[in-house]
Ligand binder design. Structure first.
Ligand SMILES: [Zn+2]
Length: 141
């Protein structure tokens, strides 16, 4: 059991899992926005379009036609929600991946090339044995 927990910790702490979790959380928050847009804009539009069929009287029973239209609009709304959410998630994760590679690149060559002189606190080359500013002898770094 302890080994299992350790393995899980290793798995959970890997960068991309955390990225993914953040993506899922952002996606979850975004789903609310998408739902709001859909329910207030796309769904009424679809209901209007599908109810046109009803008013053309293709079905004899008006009640049944309306129920069918509403269900069809709900279904289409769900699909549109899914597509929008998936698309935005894709963009967010892609952006995050790009940002993380941009953030990592300049760090690699960032080995220190200077140090501080302990006497005058000036920046001097890391290999210096004598300070260029105050001429103090420096202990080997
Ligand atoms: Zn100095």
């Amino acid at each position: 059991m302890k080994k299992f927990l350790e393995e899980f910790k290793k798995f959970a702490l890997r960068g991309n899992v955390i990225d993914m979790a953040v993506g899922v959380i952002i996606g979850g928050a975004f789903t609310g926005v998408v739902n709001g847009v859909s329910n207030n804009f796309i769904k009424p539009l679809l209901s209007f379009v599908t109810s046109l069929g009803k008013s053309w009287g293709t079905l004899a029973d008006g009640e049944t036609a309306w129920t069918f239209s509403a269900a069809g609009a709900d279904f289409l709304t769900t699909i549109i929600n899914f597509i929008i959410t998936a698309f935005v998630l894709f963009i967010i994760i892609r952006t995050m991946n790009r940002l993380s590679t941009i953030g990592k690149k300049p760090e690699a060559p960032k080995a220190p090339t200077t140090k501080k002189c302990p006497y005058c606190l000036s920046e001097i080359p890391i290999g210096a044995t004598k300070c260029a500013h105050c001429a103090s002898e420096l202990p080997e770094a």
